[in-house]
Ligand binder design. Structure first.
Ligand code: SF4
Length: 444
């Protein structure tokens, strides 16, 4: 077990941390998916309105790799398929039936030959859980990973506590890990936070690295950055803890694993806690009837998630729903006030002297984008040693090659540089969009 210290991180003290209580949320009358929100795929439908589906029936596939399908989390009838601009596949809605029948899948043992083993994961709708660095594209089904990187803890505030997941699904996790080992010829890195004593006790020798540092030290991209030893490993694969559990569940039960743990968090969340629920649960059934003019809903992490509405469904791989204060009144002459209640990375406000344990952050950005003042804050927090301001300037000058030389592809999309930027420059967003354009070029 190797200790990894990540120095450039930041403790974002966001209030509304979920309690360790886990409520079991029953199946809802309607479940759904938003295929366009699954990154880096081109979805093509396999069903039409009024079709009946079982749990695990393939709903659509990725045109780039037709063997990669995405399956129904519930049994019922397809009641609505909604397209957005330019025939973007926005929503598939399933009205759930009383009997929740599941497809019985043909899943061989992990020791069987690789081709049938890989095909069974594809047919079960789970190949999409394997993402590759540096673009987070779905792994090629005919490729063998140079390394699979798994981080047990997601330290982006707030995400499900891994102890809850391991407590409930330790057997499934161990089985899932054996699947990763079979796929990668045993080249799996398992990182865990140094503060996660329960997880370390439960997993023992399965852990290869212990990680020390605040957000985003436990990001698998940061872990890869610290452990990689060859250029080949730049295109390592990654998979989340809950998806390892789901892989294990598939191989143990031969049924599509539709359950996951999702937490409700944020200063405006009522009774923030954990839920065990079926994929594609409506946001409303978790947050209640909130007023969206005063509450911002985010599916996923506060730095990496997507803004959603109460009528949407929780993202297929999202593990959290956040309720934050929407906007707020602009303060008159705010820069003249001592700022006792202003969360800030810089020491411009008195809040840096009287430290609070948590902050009820809102969606208000307190001003518009201004020119970069070269404060260097972004560099201070970048866990993979980039100089984000320098990369941004290369991209502004359309000099992609130079931006790549400055390490653009090492960026793990943590969003910290955007958060600490006093000039409100959306650095993280710019890097993410540039990488997505580069991926399209690579895939041509
Ligand atoms: S460049 Fe910004 S988003 Fe990328 S890893 Fe560094 S701090 Fe995170």
């Amino acid at each position: 077990m190797t200790l990894i210290k990540v120095d450039k991180t930041y403790d974002v003290k966001l209030s509304g941390k979920p309690s360790l209580a886990v409520d079991s949320l029953p199946i809802q009358p309607i479940h759904g998916l938003h295929p366009y929100r699954i990154p880096n795929i081109t979805p093509k439908l396999l069903i039409k309105e009024n079709d009946s589906v079982k749990i695990g029936t393939p709903l659509f596939f990725d045109k780039k790799q037709p063997d990669v399908v995405f399956s129904a989390p519930v049994a019922g009838q397809i009641t609505q398929i909604v397209y957005g601009p330019r025939r973007r596949l926005d929503k598939i809605e399933i009205t759930t039936s009383e009997s929740q029948e599941a497809e019985v899948l043909d899943v061989p043992d992990v020791s069987s030959d690789r081709a049938s083993f890989v095909q069974s994961i594809c047919k079960a709708g789970l190949w999409g859980v394997f993402r590759t660095f540096p673009f987070q594209a779905i792994a090629k089904i005919d490729a063998t990973p140079s390394l699979i990187v798994l981080s047990v803890d997601n330290d982006e505030p707030h995400h499900p506590n891994s102890s809850i997941i391991l407590d409930k699904y330790l057997n499934e996790f161990k089985k899932g890990l054996s699947v990763l080992k079979a796929l990668s010829e045993n080249k799996v890195v398992v990182g865990i936070s140094s503060t996660n004593n329960d997880g370390r006790a439960a997993l023992g020798s399965l852990i290869t690295h212990v990680i020390e540092g605040e957000y985003p030290a436990n990001n698998p991209g940061v872990l890869l950055y610290k452990v990689k030893t060859s250029v080949k490993e730049n295109s390592a694969w990654t998979v989340t803890l809950q998806d390892v559990v789901r892989l294990g569940h598939l191989f143990l039960t031969k049924k599509y694993p539709a359950k996951r743990i999702v937490c409700l968090a944020g200063a405006k969340a009522i009774n923030p806690r954990h839920f065990e629920m079926i994929q594609g649960t409506p946001v409303r059934s978790v947050v209640g009837d909130v007023d969206e003019s005063t509450t911002r809903l985010i599916s996923g992490g506060v730095f990496t998630g997507t803004r959603v509405s109460n009528d949407d469904f929780i993202g297929f791989s999202d593990e959290a729903i956040h309720c934050l204060q929407e906007g707020g009144d602009q303060e008159f002459m705010a820069f003249m006030t001592p700022g006792f209640n202003k969360a800030s990375y810089s020491r411009a406000f008195m809040s840096s002297v009287f430290k609070k344990s948590s902050w009820a952050l809102s969606s208000l950005v307190n001003g518009g984008e201004r020119a970069c003042i070269e404060c260097g804050y972004c560099e201070e927090v970048c866990p993979v040693d980039l100089t984000p301001q320098a990369v941004m300037k290369r991209l502004a000058g359309k000099d992609i090659e130079s931006a790549l030389d400055f390490g653009l592809l090492d960026c793990v999309d943590c969003g910290l540089c955007t958060y600490v930027c006093p000039s409100k420059i959306e650095l993280g967003d710019l890097f993410l969009k540039t990488k997505s354009t580069l991926l399209k070029e690579v895939e041509k």
